[in-house]
Design a protein around this ligand. Structure first.
Ligand code: TYD
Length: 133
């Protein structure tokens, strides 16, 4: 599977805009967990790991950030700065979140509950496992 940009529904309204996610119509996985990353000091990087089984959707609910993905061969960089679009991250992707703006808020929708055993935290180990997929 390739990473991709998923456009979410948006209702533009002079009272303020509204977007939503429903797993059956917008996501290629079932939602098991939602977490968010916030108060990131300038220049900091989150991530730096891959998941063996977890798939994710990353949305910059507020502010902006970059999502950098590597499948073991190819690198992808996405700039997120809209509340109504997210990056679908398939399993077995090395992923890093960087270039956070002040007050940015990244919401991550995940296909699994938190499990440290699902993480690959060494890039060389990831590359070897990605080659054998
Ligand atoms: P981690 O996924 O390593 O952060 P990031 O990839 O964004 O740098 O998570 C940091 C810590 O937070 C991890 O050691 C355990 C905890 N954690 C949970 O308990 N539940 C969760 O759903 C997540 C994502 C993290």
């Amino acid at each position: 599977m390739e990473p991709s940009l998923i456009e979410l529904p948006k209702f533009l309204d002079e009272r303020g805009n509204l977007s939503f996610i429903e797993e059956d119509s917008q996501l290629p996985f079932k939602i098991k967990r939602v977490y968010w990353i916030y108060d990131v000091p300038g220049g900091q990087i989150r991530g730096g790991h891959a998941f063996k089984d977890t798939e994710e959707l990353i949305v910059a609910i507020s502010g902006s950030l970059d999502v950098v993905l590597n499948d073991g061969q190819k690198e992808y960089r996405f700039h997120l700065n809209r509340s109504y679009s997210g990056i679908y991250v398939p399993k077995m992707m090395w992923r890093m979140l960087d270039n956070f703006s002040t007050n940015s808020l990244a919401m991550i929708i995940s296909s699994t509950e938190y499990d440290e055993n699902d993480y690959i935290r060494n890039f060389n180990t990831f590359k070897k496992e990605a080659q054998s997929c």
